[in-house]
Design a protein around this ligand. Structure first.
Ligand code: CUA
Length: 316
């Protein structure tokens, strides 16, 4: 019934009904108290207006039970809001294990998408229904924001680092993608289409990708072409550390600190290797800043992941 009202977009993800329920609760509470207060202002103004024989306000004795009541009730209501909101937020910020991993690069003014299987698309994203999809996102230039109203998700897409978001579509169909961060003259035209397919149709769509390389294979080619392979030998005899089984692992750094090898760490280590030196190695790796595109870095990461990874999700 709300479909034609842009304020109430279709609910097409597992998150959508949960976000809406919380939203309606907040609106209902605000409305109830807003109306109550407005009514009481008018009511008391009339009831206690100045009249002959009632020139002054009466005195009011302290009433402890009343004080406790109107402190405890709002506290209870705000705690409900807090914990309910936190629950929804935690589920939203932590992609489920085993989610389909898709890479996204934003730029003025388009969305570039790479699937692990090798398919690439621009301003369109094909996903299967009923399966969690995790997006690893970055920008080539300025801040953009990835916004799908029907899924109730919105996440900034930032230059120089990765952000992630996830969703699980519940209905096949097409949904609008917006850029929700002003990013230049064509910002309003930075639109896209999310195409949610039945699993069988999705497999067919994947198969139609004209047999290109997978992301990991493309990454492996890059790994050879850029010469990474000369130092990062699989057997660990090179000048750089072996990358086998690196992803998701704790890495010991020079100086005693350690860091989890997630996408952000690997990206930084390619662009600016001197930022974090692995314990026992020399800072001899050249900087690849400007030499690899964001899409190339995502391919390299896919390749490194394919060399084995810790069996757990990496936070943040
Ligand atoms: Cu990209 Cu606004």
């Amino acid at each position: 019934m709300w479909q034609n009202l842009p304020l109430f977009p279709e609910q097409a993800s597992t998150l959508a009904p949960r976000v809406d329920a919380l939203f309606y609760f907040l609106v209902a509470v605000s409305l109830f108290f807003g109306l109550l207060i407005a009514f009481l202002i008018v009511y008391f103004a009339v009831k206690y207006r100045r009249r002959p024989g009632r020139e002054r306000a009466g005195t009011f004795e302290e009433n402890l039970p009343l004080e406790i009541f109107w402190t405890a009730v709002p506290l209870g209501i705000s705690m409900v809001m807090f914990f309910w909101g936190a629950l929804v937020y935690f589920d939203y910020s932590e992609p489920p294990v085993g989610a389909l991993n898709i890479a996204l690069v934003g730029r003025q003014w388009m969305w570039k998408i790479q699937h692990q299987e090798g398919q690439r698309e621009i301003d369109e994203l094909h996903v299967p229904v009923g399966r969690p999809v995790k997006l690893t996102m970055t920008s080539e230039d300025v801040i953009h924001s990835f916004f799908i109203p029907a899924f109730r998700i919105k996440m900034d897409v930032l230059p120089g680092r990765y952000t992630t978001t996830w969703f699980q579509a519940t209905k096949a169909g097409e949904y609008q993608l917006f850029c929700a961060e002003y990013c230049g003259t064509q910002h309003s035209g930075m639109l896209g289409r999310i195409v949610v397919l039945e699993p069988a149709d999705y497999q067919r769509w994947l198969g139609g990708g004209a047999g290109g390389l997978t992301m990991a294979e493309a990454g492996q080619n890059l790994f050879q072409r850029l010469g990474c392979v000369t130092c990062h030998r699989a057997d660990g005899t090179g000048q750089g550390p072996s990358l086998v089984g690196l992803f998701g692992r704790q890495v010991k750094l020079q100086g005693g600190k350690s860091v989890v090898a997630d996408e952000g760490y690997i990206r930084e280590s390619i662009i600016d290797p001197r930022a974090k030196i692995v314990a026992g190695y020399q800072p001899v790796m050249p900087l690849f800043k400007g030499l690899v595109s964001e899409e190339g870095i995502l391919q390299l990461i896919a390749y490194i992941k394919s060399l084995g990874q810790e069996e757990r999700t990496v936070g943040k």
